[in-house]
Design a protein around this ligand. Structure first.
Ligand SMILES: *Cc1c(COP(=O)(O)O)cnc(C)c1O
Length: 391
């Protein structure tokens, strides 16, 4: 017998919240093994391929030997300039590509790493819930303490900033906000961002606005950028992603923009942990950022058609559904007699439909289920029919 070591996980890993989706995944595998014709509405990953002009730009870029070497840490200046140009066109905001733009290996990477740059053990981070699990986990990995800001429907899924105790705010160094919001699909009005800026300036809190869904909107109502507001650049940054906008989730590229000291701090962490984004991907992403709006309108129309089928269908069945103004999610109350987990199990067993339990995004999501609009419209119609029979 060779001597064997004991593998002991670090407490920061042991302390991770239980991975709720693991159970769902198991249920999904079992349903598939039984031969269920599954309609999977649980995945926040576009089913539509990356537009051809972007794929073709990638093919050309990958042929260039200069792209085969290590990229620069902060991103190619040409990519950062393309980001600034896109920002100017989309939001009428001027950004300095050299100091106010940073490339990311997907926005998840930046969201997860930002606490490492600014959070001391015991510092507080304000985290919306239900929300993207990376906010509390990034906080935990940096030794920070998450203060949960519940997002209630009665408040339009906006956190009640006035309810946060003063002694908590004194210890707070970072706040995450996310609009258009995953999972609730809510958008934030200008007045909310004003309130956030005032809070941040008063208590010296860095604002990190996750804007991954800024381009997946409906009825031609374009969401705001945090940086459009007066005083925003003085207190924070905004994270963007090419993943959802251009159906590029597998490519792993995003960017952070805004306050140059925050950008520099995050860049410092990154330059010590990763070596940037493959330059061919950056070059193809320049093409992506220059995409004709007609192409994006097409993508939005596809989601809008699916949204209308599912929203109207579920409403017709008497369910309580939040009508999305943006994102590709439907946040729906589970019927009487169920909780999130039992309704997800019921739909899977009785209808072959998989949704995501709302409490998987945090305790305030209990009592809801999230449906993703990532299947074609005919499958969506069938989903409505099957849910009707299962109720
Ligand atoms: C999908 C998603 C992201 C990031 O995706 P990347 O592919 O890492 O850019 C960030 N925030 C939210 C809320 C998301 O749903």
């Amino acid at each position: 017998m060779k001597p064997r070591i004991t593998v002991e996980l670090a407490s920061r890993v042991k302390n991770l919240p239980p991975y709720l989706f693991a159970t769902i995944d198991k249920m999904k595998q079992e349903a598939k093994a039984k031969g269920t014709d599954l309609i999977d509405l649980s995945i926040g990953d576009p089913d539509i391929p990356t537009p051809a002009h972007i794929v073709n730009a990638m093919k050309a870029a990958v042929e260039k030997p200069e792209h085969h070497r290590y990229p620069s840490y902060e991103g190619m200046l040409s990519f950062r300039t393309a980001v600034a140009d896109w920002y100017k066109r989309r939001f009428a905001v001027d950004l300095a590509p050299g100091t106010e733009v940073l490339s990311l290996i997907g926005s998840k990477e930046g969201i997860g790493h930002i606490p490492l740059a600014f959070i001391e053990p015991g510092d507080v981070v304000l985290v919306p819930s239900p929300g993207y699990p990376v906010y509390p986990v990034g906080t935990l990995f940096a030794g920070g303490e998450s203060y949960i800001m519940p997002l209630w429907e009665k408040n339009g899924f906006l956190p009640d900033l006035k309810s946060i105790p003063w002694d908590t705010l004194k210890r707070t160094r970072l706040i995450y906000i996310n609009y258009p919001n995953n999972p609730t699909s809510a958008c934030a009005p200008r007045s909310f961002y004003e309130e956030v800026i005032e809070l941040a300036a008063t208590y010296n809190i860095i604002v990190c606005h996750d804007a991954a869904y800024s381009e997946i909107y409906y009825d031609n109502e374009k969401p705001l950028s945090f940086l459009e507001l007066d005083g925003a650049r003085e207190v924070g940054i905004e994270m963007h992603s090419l993943s959802k906008t251009y159906n590029m989730t597998g490519w792993r590229i995003g960017f952070a923009v805004g306050n140059q000291d925050v950008i520099a701090g995050l860049g410092k962490i990154k330059s010590n942990l990763d070596s940037g984004v493959f330059q061919a991907i950056q070059e193809a992403s320049i093409t992506a950022l220059e995409t004709d709006d007609m192409v994006l309108a097409d993508i939005r129309n596809t989601y809008q058609e699916r949204r209308d089928v599912l929203y109207n269908g579920l409403k017709g069945l008497g369910m309580h559904v939040v009508k999305p103004k943006a994102t590709f999610y439907l946040w729906t109350k589970v019927p009487e007699g169920f909780d999130s987990a039992s309704f997800v199990a019921h739909l899977l067993n009785k209808a072959g439909i998989l949704g995501t339990p709302g409490n998987g995004f945090g305790a305030p999501g209990e009592g809801y289920i999230r449906f993703a609009l990532t299947v074609p419209v005919d499958r969506m119609k069938e989903a409505v029919e099957r849910i009707g029979k299962a109720l």
